[in-house]
Ligand binder design. Structure first.
Ligand code: NAG
Ligand code: NAG
Ligand code: NAG
Ligand code: NAG
Length: 179
């Protein structure tokens, strides 16, 4: 009797454990190609404890950006060097904020909800900066639970263009520790 009980508890624990995906932010790099438009204020991975960390970044906006904003995103996986994991996407941001027309971009921006000031329609003229703050690995892990990521090292490369010229870039590195 006691043994079955114990086994049941272990099984229950295992089920909960199995449902938890766990990602860890491992590094982040930010770059600006045009400091007349944007400069980097900060860009870092913050440490909470062994299983918890977060990313924050902030780009100052040096001039109002009214339209013609492009967003490029490419997810890479490490296996003998970096290889594309998904096809890259190019988004017309002003159009996207009106119609959410791209499912991958929609997913990515939904991961940022509550942690960024980027989620609003064009233009960007009142803000002094664009930020993503305190985006926890544990929240991301929960939100991407159903997605087909295997264990491994990944990099999310994002780039913003204005008038069809790349202006800023960020690379967010993360590890999927448990699926
Ligand atoms: C997560 O990544 C950080 C580096 O940003 C590292 O110090 C830490 O040990 C990693 N945690 C795990 C559980 O791998
Ligand atoms: C993060 O990436 C930068 C640039 O590639 C590198 O210089 C730095 O050593 C990396 N940091 C860690 C903790 O891997
Ligand atoms: C942007 O924010 C609005 C309101 O806060 C929300 O309704 C919408 O779903 C968000 N869009 C995305 C792509 O996160
Ligand atoms: C933007 O630039 C790319 C090359 O960098 C070019 O192929 C494309 O046609 C340009 N788009 C517009 C709308 O000018």
């Amino acid at each position: 009797m006691q043994l079955t009980c114990l086994l049941q508890i272990i099984c229950l624990l295992n089920i909960n454990y199995a449902n938890l995906k766990l990602i860890n932010f491992t590094n982040i790099t930010c770059e600006t190609m045009d400091t007349t438009i944007s400069t980097i204020e900060y860009c870092y991975i913050g440490h909470v404890n062994e299983l918890k960390n977060y990313m924050s970044l902030r780009y100052a906006l040096r001039k109002p950006i009214i339209k013609d904003i492009g967003f490029h995103l490419q997810l890479m996986i490490r296996s003998n060097g970096w290889k594309p994991f998904l096809y890259g996407i190019d988004i017309d941001m002003c159009r996207f904020w009106k119609s959410n027309y791209n499912a991958i971009a929609k997913l990515v921006f939904s991961l940022l909800e509550g942690h960024t000031n980027i989620n609003h329609s064009c233009p960007y003229k009142d803000e002094k900066y664009i930020f993503i703050d305190n985006l926890m690995n544990t929240d991301i892990s929960r939100k991407i639970r159903g997605l087909p990521f295997g264990k491994g090292l990944y990099a999310l490369n994002v780039e913003w263009s204005w008038k069809n010229i790349s202006r800023v870039r960020a690379k967010i590195y993360f590890e999927v520790l448990k699926v």
